[in-house]
Design a protein around this ligand. Structure first.
Ligand SMILES: [Fe+2]
Ligand SMILES: [Fe+2]
Length: 281
């Protein structure tokens, strides 16, 4: 890519920042974060429309808990607050153990349990993309929590990074990037800006190999050839494991299971993923 092309690419990625400012931001993000030890990491799907573990509510939406990092992070809060809190309880997740809340995007099936969660854990930071409704942000702050409004890619904790707000005509969104010594874990809500685009941006920010992409891939309405193309593109980008769930679609899950083989992780509510699942040969 020529200088002009690179500059345009950077502008598309980072908005109005100059290429120099973008490069400086990336190198700062890389130096301000460290790899977490994969052996301590545990992901737990708290809310999902796909079943996995018995005894939990199955409903349209997504939420995932990330443990074993410098901070325990809850990503999204599902659709219905009572079902979300009941699943938390049944999975023995005490809200007081959670240090930070990250909400992927402003859709009801990703934010529904937020206020009830904050009622029991108000002194917490909630990271949202800038374009979230101001009413939601105010309601969060009214409950005693702080808001981090995300525009550019930024460090959230020593092991985690937000992709920054990625534009999409359905809804702007950010994804959570978790640095580990085995590679990057990418957590998506609905992946409205495109799962391939999210992985590309994650690699631009971190320059790390991608160990796992987990969450909604938003391919429900895509045709079989398009889904196959997306699976191939993810493989070409070096994505090792995939766990498509929530709005990924049944056909997507079948195709990805075939394409990724043992490195396709069947996902649904109550699924936990640890290092043992990510060290297959
Ligand atoms: Fe969704
Ligand atoms: Fe969505």
């Amino acid at each position: 890519m020529g200088v002009a092309g690179w500059s345009l690419y950077q502008q598309l990625l980072w908005g109005c920042s100059s290429p120099e400012a973008s490069r400086a931001r990336i190198s700062q993000i890389r130096s301000d974060t460290v790899d977490a030890d994969i052996d301590g990491i545990k992901l737990t799907v708290v809310y999902d429309n796909y079943p996995y573990k018995e005894g939990l509510h199955i409903d349209w939406g997504f939420s995932c808990l990330v443990e074993g990092l410098d901070e325990t992070i809850l990503f999204d809060t599902g659709r219905f607050d009572d079902q979300f809190m009941a699943n938390m309880d049944r999975l023995h997740i005490d809200p007081h153990r959670i240090d930070r809340l990250v909400i992927s995007h402003d859709h009801p099936d990703h934010i529904g349990g937020t206020m009830k969660f904050l009622a029991s854990r108000p002194d917490i930071d909630v990271a949202v993309v800038n374009s979230f409704r101001s009413g939601f942000k105010k309601a969060v702050q009214k409950r005693g929590a702080s808001i981090t409004a995300i525009d550019q890619p930024r460090v959230l904790t020593a092991n985690t990074i937000s992709t920054g707000e990625m534009k999409d005509f359905i809804r702007n969104e950010h994804a959570l990037l978790i640095r580990t010594n085995l590679g990057l874990i990418i957590l998506t809500g609905c992946a409205h800006p495109g799962v391939v685009e999210i992985v590309e941006r994650a690699q631009t920010i971190t320059a790390q190999e991608v160990l796992l992409v987990i969450g909604g891939f938003h391919l429900l309405a895509d045709t079989e050839p398009d889904i196959r193309t997306i699976a191939s593109r993810l493989k070409a980008l070096g994505v090792d494991y995939v766990a498509p769930t929530h709005c990924s679609g049944g056909e997507t899950r079948q195709i990805f299971a075939t394409e990724f083989g043992r490195k396709y992780l069947d996902c649904g509510v109550g699924r936990t993923i640890t290092a043992r699942d990510l060290r297959l040969v």
